[in-house]
Design a protein around this ligand. Sequence first.
Ligand code: CP
Length: 314
Amino acid sequence: MEKIAATVSLNHFVSVEDLTNEEVLTLIKRASQFKKGMISPQVREPLYAVNLFFENSTRTHKSFEMAEKKLGIDIIDFEPSTSSIKKGESLYDTVLTMSALGTEIAVIRDSKEAFYTELINSKSIQCSIINGGDGTGQHPSQCLLDLMTIYEEYGHFDGLKIAIIGDLKHSRVAKSNMHMLKRLGAEVLFSGPTEWIDDSFKEYGQYAAVDDVVCEADVIMLLRVQHERHESYNDALIATYLDQYGINELREKKMKPSAIIMHPAPVNRDVELQSSLVECERSRIVTQMSNGVYARMAILEAIIVGRTNRKTPL
Ligand code: CP
């Protein structure tokens, strides 16, 4: 039987900046073990989780749900549209309530950047908080599944050239990934419309035209155009986006033979990526979705270990 990897012990999982490189690598290896069918010995019964999604989601919401079910965690249903949120109850008071009811883990997606700060600093809230995406801030579980996907491909991060292309300014995926990839020794390159990049990206990598990065990158990491975060829909830009900044069949042919295409999805087909390439040989988009379940199992297990090890309340 394969040896169980050392587990990570966490109180919360809200930002990649809180994780050491060693913890990230341990979580990736643990996720790989779950992918191979490993059963977690960590879950005690009963354990309750609630998934509070105040922004739309398919992958993050449902893969956390799948991960919770695979770990034997009981899920408390919560539907924002029929909850007291509709009567004006705040996120804080909703989580306070779920904590008082005995929920131990709250997976939350909200449009407010760093929404989790007041929750993890509360003396009354005893839930462990997992960030399922905070506005344009961070998407730490997406980062872990992306790192897992790259690690499966290359077995390391140092020296890899990773091009993050697209709507950088509005992307929480870009923010989490650029931080961890740089820390793990990868070279990050940026590309896309210049109005969607600012000076805050400079410390993580260089900007270059898409036709330059496409030939040298080991990983092309495309970002969704985040229409919901734009002031208005730019028809002219979207109509020409694929040709100007996206990966079409011509650019795909210029990629290194071993290079892969990633996208957190949902994909705007024929905008960031030509539709015919979504499931092409180089694409790891479906693998990313599958890996999301295992990466989230590793995160949940680390939270359970943290709660089991802790002697005092949060
Ligand atoms: N990648 C991602 O976060 O997808 P969802 O918005 O569907 O969760």
